[in-house]
Design a protein around this ligand. Sequence first.
Ligand code: UDP
Length: 172
Amino acid sequence: VWAARHLGHRMPERVAGYDLAQELLRAAPSERRRVYFFGSAPGVAEKAKAKAEKLYPGIEIVGVRDGYFKPEDNAAIIEEIKAAKPDLLLVALGVPKQEKWIAAHLAELGVPVAIGVGGTFDVMAGVVKRAPRWMQRAKLEWLFRGLHQPKRIRRLMALPRFILRVRAAKKQ
Ligand code: UDP
């Protein structure tokens, strides 16, 4: 959001993947959209499915599959998703694995919409907590996640580099 604004693009607000996913799931029953949950640790997507069925009555979650698999399982996973014929595929393999997986397989899957949703199933399953609202509003959700999952710290180091690149791009 900062970079877009800095470069003069209109960007009203941040939209967290979790919030986007919830809005799409909320709309799914009335739009009759079939949803597939792919990713996160074994058991987590099942719990997220149960949560979605409670929150969004009538939702059709047509498949779940965890995100810890060997390369040789990939073809079977793709077949499983194709057979379930979802309209919306939520993929939680972490950044950038989920984006790369979607880019490599979207055409073959024949799914109209696939989105990388990171830790969404973890939050839905109650395995991971989101930052309190005040931190989200203060644009500090990244700090909360870094403190709770120190393995993220290395990734946060990319932010200063990103800021320098955006500034350099503006000067060009
Ligand atoms: N994950 C997975 N397979 C992997 C690596 C990660 O299913 O090989 C899952 C992980 O269990 C978590 C989700 O991907 O549920 C998101 O990971 P992370 O917390 O790193 O989120 P990010 O911020 O990268 O989207």
